[in-house]
Design a protein around this ligand. Sequence first.
Ligand SMILES: *[C@@H]1O[C@H](CO)[C@@H](O)[C@H](O)[C@H]1NC(C)=O
Ligand SMILES: *[C@@H]1O[C@H](CO)[C@@H](O)[C@H](O)[C@H]1NC(C)=O
Ligand SMILES: *[C@@H]1O[C@H](CO)[C@@H](O)[C@H](O)[C@H]1NC(C)=O
Ligand SMILES: *[C@@H]1O[C@H](CO)[C@@H](O)[C@H](O)[C@H]1NC(C)=O
Ligand SMILES: *[C@@H]1O[C@H](CO)[C@@H](O)[C@H](O)[C@H]1NC(C)=O
Length: 540
Amino acid sequence: MVGSKHLTILILLAALSTFAAAKHDDTLVITKFGPVRGSRANGTVSFLGIPFAQPPVNELRFASPVPPTPWTETLNATEFAPGCPQMCKLPDLMCPDKQSEDCLYLNVYIPDKTPPKGGWPVYVFIHGGSFFEGAGGCVAYNGLQFARAGDLILVNLNYRLGALGWLTHKTEIKGNFGLQDQRLALQWVQDNIQLFGGNKDQVTVGGESAGAMSVISHLVSPLSKGLFHRAIVESGPLSIPFIQYGRDNKYYTQFIEDAQCLDAQNVTECLRSKKLETLVDIQESIVVVPLPQPIHYVLPWMPTYGNEEIPIHPYLAYKNGEMQSKVPLLTGSNREDGRPFIYAAVGFPLDYEAYDLALFALFGTHMFRVAQMYAKYTGEDNRIALQQLATDYLFTCPSRFMAKSFRAQGLPTFTYNFGYGYTSDFWGPYAFCCEGHSCHGVELPFVFDLFAEPSMKYLKRTRSDEELGLHTQSYWIDFVTAKSLDESSVLKPKSQVPWPQFDQQSRVWMNFTDTMPNVTAGFRTEACDMWDEIGYLLWQ
Ligand SMILES: *[C@@H]1O[C@H](CO)[C@@H](O)[C@H](O)[C@H]1NC(C)=O
Ligand SMILES: *[C@@H]1O[C@H](CO)[C@@H](O)[C@H](O)[C@H]1NC(C)=O
Ligand SMILES: *[C@@H]1O[C@H](CO)[C@@H](O)[C@H](O)[C@H]1NC(C)=O
Ligand SMILES: *[C@@H]1O[C@H](CO)[C@@H](O)[C@H](O)[C@H]1NC(C)=O
Ligand SMILES: *[C@@H]1O[C@H](CO)[C@@H](O)[C@H](O)[C@H]1NC(C)=O
């Protein structure tokens, strides 16, 4: 009897532990904060709209995010949560359907099968959109295909945008609320991802554009240390000025003045009393003339450094080898990253006079040296020279610079250039200048391989789009899932050309130009050598 009772208990225990291990069979996961139910589709289970913080409203507006209040009733995690407040001018694929100040939610996509021993590797993706638009939960970042093809977990998230995410004022409003939101989401992954079958010790954080600048910031933030183990930086403009803590910022002061809070006893309390719509409207209509940092006209909201979040300017941190997270890096940019910005800003062919003026405004005394470097691109329309210059200074050369810094620390480092001219009108209103070009952001549908996802049929694609999607994604997957990476590791997905690491001698880049990517050496060497010498703090 005793024996059989024991046996019953053993069987029960075994059943329970199988149940725990085989949670993939169900779509119910009990997170640290409460139960969530996802939905199963085509080999992936997705959990959409999981709160990772309390709604950042009322006294939590302009305050650090706070972990969510636990819940007991099962949360139906079957729909994207609203995006953070914004006026989204990105293509529809990158804009949220709805928005709310209560927006701190993340999405988890897991393979619909048994996790391997130790759990699936995890990729946490931070979306771009100039720190004032976009959302994790939208079509462009759909993780169904990525999780299924990669046998990994993909997490994407919302973070506060615009003034609500990044405003700083004197020492009273500290800024970086959006960065703290991202960090809390990374902490959520550490605390919860095992319950989804994930491996919390193999987390890659990645992002594109403003998302890449966010990753650039987390890499140098002592507060983000230990929350991830690899990093991907896609088109991260390290040379764009960050905000300096405590320094007078005309744009932000104007925002507070327009909100009629500049003379308030307590500016924070005054801003908290304003209607959300009022703040978003002001953010859109703000006019400051002249701005000491002209780049703030296009990118006003940004991370703040010179505080405990980001102690020194990220560029200097990399230069001095003082990144806080010394982890493997995959970084790169697109062949014409700068194109949409230049063509959106200058709607007419640029003559020499205007071109010289632009060079002087942007580069001061360096303008002669810069003009010489780009002389071969000048002619009837100098937007061509300006776009090459913007691509180099903002994207290609900072990528190479980061790669050099990581390599100098003995860290595994992979670099790419995405030079494929996408034929679709993916960029919407910008398409007039991007169709057939490798503009900013154009690698995204290839990385997430939206072409292979059946539910994305409406995305225009050609045969070579489909092939390149498959190829591009397989390298990203290889980086995220490789058991270990060291200085001699090579990325080599099945039936693909090996991607060796970047180093000072070989300077190898993976070239995503044709349907079959291949490596090339020494990309834009002369121009990047010049920019490395001049440095990336010109507009600081
Ligand atoms: C979740 O979905 C189930 C099934 O559709 C439904 O019965 C339940 O009421 C929903 N729960 C909540 C909290 O909306
Ligand atoms: C403003 O009010 C907030 C919230 O009540 C408070 O935490 C903060 O210390 C006050 N700041 C100043 C400068 O009085
Ligand atoms: C799953 O695949 C089917 C058939 O290819 C497709 O019709 C459906 O839209 C897909 N569902 C999702 C959620 O992607
Ligand atoms: C890649 O480039 C190398 C060197 O130019 C060449 O030998 C090789 O055939 C190329 N591979 C493919 C698959 O195109
Ligand atoms: C990629 O290859 C194309 C032509 O095949 C070339 O023009 C371009 O410079 C290469 N890019 C890199 C990063 O080497």
